[in-house]
Write a protein that binds this ligand. Sequence first.
Ligand code: ADP
Length: 204
Amino acid sequence: MFNNNLNCVIYLFSKGNYYLKGTMELKIKNSILRLEQGDITKQTVEAIVNAANSRLAGGGGVDGAIHRAGGPKIMEGCKKYNGCPTGTAVITTGGNLPAKYVIHTVGPVYQNGTSGEPELLQSAYLNSLKIAERNSIKIIAFPSISTGVYGYPIKEASVLALEAVVSYLKKDTLIERVELILFCLKDYNIYCSALKAVSKNSFQ
Ligand code: ADP
């Protein structure tokens, strides 16, 4: 039912320094789920997802990086909406980004894990995928929602994120590829461990 491939690309620098850049892929029915370390603003996909705030006001972290790289057209698009409640998603142009669209979603601020955060986090992923599907987007990239300023512990958040995406791709979908773009190697490795656990539970 699925193939699990682990590929590594080695980037060499002068002075003999190097680091490993990995990608990990899981095939789920007709779609691919890919983990990759990188900068989401540079992804050549149809849509990237923004970890926005509920006022769609822009901010720091990945939100700031997306608005800076994509330019003012993205904020113009955000202003057409009356905000975005936690767990929901809206879509705008990608402005100057390589991606044609930005899907803005709002993850929960982590409090203690028992205030509905898991459900809200999964809703953020699922509603982003639904908006992508409604807009005929076949390739979409997510950052790790809520695990920066919003403080969601990444080990828990990575399992919830991947469970949500895997459950979505197991249904009939026209989405061909979902990428999780992890900004640093540490986060990428945590997501790799989570994907191994989630795929074991989902497909045994
Ligand atoms: P939140 O408020 O939802 O926690 P943040 O932007 O603070 O959102 O962080 C979410 C995740 O996005 C963090 O893991 C952070 O390292 C990551 N991140 C920040 N900039 C980028 C980027 N350019 N590309 C991909 N991920 C990024």
